[in-house]
Design a protein around this ligand. Structure first.
Ligand code: GLA
Length: 376
């Protein structure tokens, strides 16, 4: 693509992937989550190209490019293009100030691993265009439009956590985000001598997007049935364990289990945030293990590969917490592990995983980092 030859950007943006310690599938239930951005990023090089409406995008990772007129933004057959097209479409709902631009992308976030390369892509582009064309969008608007882009252009009815973490994170802090009020608190992440280790199953089962949307609907159905008796209930956030118990035989069995997990997880995230503040890391880790059991048994979004990795870690005292992360059905587990034990654990778990599934395990040491920003 001609755009990459002699490409001298006007601005360069870095937009990170994220981890989430606890709060699985709670974001779209108005609950709490505990994510932070990590040191894996998509880099965007951007410049205006003096046309009124032609946008040229090149992905170095895919070695693919496409051009689009701002007057003709519609859903594409090519998945990665839709994150870009969705963002352009959502920005156009807010302002007519964007014009033609060229953009070169490169990324070190593994795709499909549950580290949210999609939010990094949406938010980085929205952030970059905001700077390039002085759109005066707030960070919260960038987050919300990026989430809508994903919902409307890829059909994944994701919550707001990934975009929020990608934009709002601060180095060495986690975000305790209240997804109902969209307010947050930063909690210092001082876990030395422990580290964050991601184990990438390198599987991405085809159920992932359809079951994700199904879970969302199941939770909405549960909340809606409960709201017939309790009209103040707008989402599962407003339901406690006593109210849920009343509906045990009324709700369809699978919906009851989804609701039970979400309601328990709400408490677990708050307990985990307290444990972190008090530096009770072992308690924090136990809550992560409990989350995994809920996600696997009650919420049913895990898979054999993720369950194997979490179970395997339990034999290592050095691993104090482990769970599946992200939407599920593949991707990564997040592990809190003593730094001295990482190489031994990685060697053993990789061997065991390969013997069991004949799949290579990838491991990523993730460091909590700041959110989307301009780089020199
Ligand atoms: C995906 C979604 C998020 C969130 C997680 C599960 O990453 O994009 O909104 O729901 O799954 O916690």
């Amino acid at each position: 693509m001609s755009v990459i030859k002699n490409f001298i950007p006007q601005i360069t943006i870095q937009s990170p992937g994220r981890v989430n310690f606890i709060g699985g599938h709670t974001d779209y239930n108005d609950g709490f989550v505990l994510p932070t951005a990590i040191d894996k990023n998509i880099i965007f090089k951007l410049k205006k190209n003096n046309s009124d409406n032609i946008c040229n995008i090149y992905s170095a990772n895919y070695d693919m490019s496409f051009s689009i007129s701002l007057e003709n933004i519609k859903v594409s057959d090519i998945t990665w293009e839709n994150y870009i097209l969705g963002v352009l479409h959502e920005i156009q709902q807010l302002t007519d100030k964007i014009k033609g631009f060229d953009c070169v992308l490169s990324s070190d976030i593994p795709i499909g691993s549950g580290i949210s390369s999609s939010a990094a892509l949406e938010c980085g582009l929205a952030y970059g265009l905001n700077e390039l064309f002085n759109l005066n969008l707030t960070k919260l608007t960038i987050i919300e439009l990026s989430q809508k882009a994903e919902n409307n252009f890829t059909g994944a009815m994701c919550g707001i956590m990934d975009q929020y973490a990608s934009v709002m994170s601060k180095k060495n802090k986690v975000i305790l985000l209240d997804c109902q009020s969209l307010t947050h608190e930063y909690i210092p992440l001082e876990i030395k001598p422990y580290k964050i280790l991601l184990l990438n199953t390198n599987v991405s089962h085809s159920l992932a997007s359809s079951e994700y949307n199904t879970r969302r609907k199941e939770c909405e159905k549960g909340a809606s049935i409960i709201s017939e008796k309790y009209p103040k209930v707008n989402s599962l956030r407003d339901v406690n364990e006593t109210i849920l118990a009343e509906f045990k035989t009324i709700l369809p069995e699978n919906i009851y289990r989804r609701c039970k997990y979400i309601i328990e997880e709400k408490t677990r995230v708050l307990d985990a945030a307290e444990a972190l503040k008090e530096n009770k890391l072992k308690d924090f880790g136990k809550l992560m293990y409990a989350t995994h059991i809920g996600l696997s048994n009650e919420y049913e979004v895990s898979c054999a590969e993720l369950d194997f990795l979490v179970e395997y870690s339990k034999d290592f005292d050095a691993v104090i917490g482990s769970r599946m992360m992200g939407g599920g059905f593949g991707g990564c587990t997040i592990n809190i592990i003593h730094e001295d034990a990482i190489s031994d654990f990685v060697e053993k778990v990789s061997k065991a995983y390969f013997e069991k599934f004949n799949i290579k395990l990838d491991t990523i040491e993730a460091n909590p980092s700041g959110g989307t920003s301009i780089i020199e």
